[in-house]
Design a protein around this ligand. Structure first.
Ligand code: NAD
Length: 492
């Protein structure tokens, strides 16, 4: 099998030290591809190329309108390959094809959104107290940006990073997760076809602790943008202090979905499932804590357990599949360990609670949709991010209690509320200490609106105008409209 290379300085190259990595299909653990696996040496090379491209190359100096044409072209190329990209994403990540198709369309839309946004007004002018001065602000690219992404949305996370970074005129180095580089490789073939100048966008493959760390720590990298786990985020933030890098972090979550008794029952029921079982629960904003009104608990939980145990779990390429496999065998073991811990702590699964091994499932990393009741706030399964198809149920009697339970977490990424009372819904959303909130829905994400977390779920925002802002410096310019002697020094 031919080793797939990475894309540095406009050329496809293998790792300088010859490292390779096998990429597996999580539905059956069969070999999908072999990719090159870089080291610190390759990271250093990518940074040097990006530095040169930023300091003396055409990309940052290009007019915004011209940069936008590259991004629009890339979006069209993505659309043209949408079916292939979605199939590849499902084979590499495991998610059902219907989800992968959505991700691909959203990735193309993200490039289009930032292509449009960068040509809109960015600066400001100020009337200041001195009438001889005209003050203004212009926005400029930050420089060389390291962009490190996880495995759960491989193509979409690449778009969320590259689209605003490139639109703003930065030179970007994307490092995908070790396990899911395949759609990023395809994306960079399209970047090559769209004709981006060498060094504007590079694809660096390799391990996080070496290659990723070099990006985070290097003095010639001006910004690090990271999406991944909170523990890794802390390491990256510490590594980035050497040259006071700009840092944005999109980290983990343990997000609440609060269902009041006055909610539309069937709507809330389906969203409670969608909140946790979309993407196999490997979603940073997953509604992994169902905070449920005691008044409807018996009926709601009976229906929830019944419907969740009917979810069709299988290979994401099968059109019937509603939930796919977990990313790797070791991640599956980690999720199963949490299920054991939950049982040992005294919680009780009302559905699932085991690996699925019937027939062809035995070759893959499949875990049954699992819902725990009889939980206590101090349990590990209630406090820690499991990142799999496991939801814990917490019951409440009053609105205050619901909000207290919802906010009782170190995380603050997302949260949803289901109620027929709009006033109560808005009141509770305003009380949630979280960056992304939903009323009577869960999970919709828009390129136009900012994405990111409170508390230990991160720093900064991606998407929307906030996401572009995170890739721009702010320069104050003061113009003397009436140049004349200052008369400050007598000897002039
Ligand atoms: P991870 O933190 O293990 O890895 C993410 C990326 O960081 C990978 O590319 C990895 O190679 C790299 N990395 C690992 N160690 C590094 C180091 N020391 N220095 C630099 N880079 C390093 O996360 P994961 O397991 O791939 O993804 C799951 C996590 O991502 C979950 O916690 C999830 O909540 C989070 N996530 C958050 C968002 C969000 O928008 N907030 C979105 C998706 C995923």
């Amino acid at each position: 099998m031919k080793t797939l290379p990475m894309f540095l300085n406009g050329a496809w190259v293998n790792a300088s030290e010859g490292g390779t990595r096998e990429i597996l299909n999580p539905a059956n653990n069969e070999l999908l591809a072999v990719v090159t696996d870089g080291s610190e040496v390759d990271a250093e090379a990518a940074i040097a190329h990006a530095r040169r491209a930023f300091d003396s190359g055409p990309w940052p100096k290009m007019r915004a309108q011209e940069r936008a044409t590259y991004l629009f072209k890339l979006a069209d190329l993505i659309d043209g390959l949408a079916d292939c990209l979605a199939t590849l994403e499902t084979r590499n990540n495991g998610k059902p094809l219907r989800e992968a198709k959505f991700d691909v369309a959203d990735a193309a839309a993200c490039f289009r959104y930032y292509a449009g946004l960068i040509t809109k007004p960015l600066g400001q002018t100020y009337e200041v107290s001195d009438p001889t001065i005209q003050a203004m602000v212009v926005r400029e690219p930050i420089g060389v940006c390291g962009q490190i992404i996880p495995w759960n949305y491989p193509l979409l996370m690449a778009a969320w990073k590259l689209a605003p970074g490139l639109a703003a005129g930065n030179c970007c180095i994307l490092k995908p997760a070790e396990t899911t580089p395949l759609t990023a490789i395809e994306l960079f073939k399209l970047i090559e076809e769209a004709g981006f100048p060498p060094g504007a966008a590079q694809l660096l493959l390799g391990p996080g602790p070496t290659v990723g760390h070099t990006l985070a720590a290097h003095d010639h990298v001006d910004k690090i943008a990271f999406t991944g786990g909170t523990v890794t985020g802390r390491t990256i933030m510490a590594a980035a202090t050497g040259n006071i890098k700009k840092v944005t972090l999109e980290l983990g979550g343990k997000s609440p979905i609060i269902v009041f008794a006055d909610a539309d029952f069937d709507v809330a029921l389906e969203y409670a499932m969608f909140a946790i079982f979309a993407g196999q629960g490997e979603v940073c904003s997953a509604g992994s804590r169902l905070i449920l009104d005691q008044k409807i608990a018996d009926r709601f939980l009976a229906r929830l357990a019944e419907a969740s145990s009917k979810i069709i779990v299988g290979d994401g390429l099968d059109p019937k599949t509603e939930m796919g496999p977990l990313i790797t065998r070791s991640h599956m073991e980690r999720v199963l360990h949490y299920i054991d811990v939950g049982r040992n702590e005294g919680a009780r699964p009302i559905c699932g609670g085991q690996r699925l091994t019937d027939g062809a499932l035995s070759k893959g990393n499949f875990v049954a949709p699992t819902i725990f009741v009889d939980t206590k706030p101090e349990m590990k399964i209630v406090r820690e991010e499991i990142f799999g198809p496991v939801q814990v149920v917490q019951l409440f009697d009053t609105e205050e209690e619901a909000l207290h339970l919802a906010n009782d977490t170190i995380y603050g990424l997302a949260g949803g509320v289901f109620t027929g009372d709009q006033g109560k819904g808005l009141r509770v959303l305003r009380g949630l200490r979280a960056g992304i909130t939903w009323l009577n829905t869960y999970h919709p994400t828009f390129n136009e609106a900012p994405w990111g977390g409170y508390k230990q779920s991160g720093i900064g925002r991606e998407l929307g105008t906030f996401g572009l802002d995170a890739y721009l410096e702010t320069k104050q310019i003061n113009i003397n409209l009436v140049p004349q002697r200052l008369n400050w020094f007598s000897g002039v």
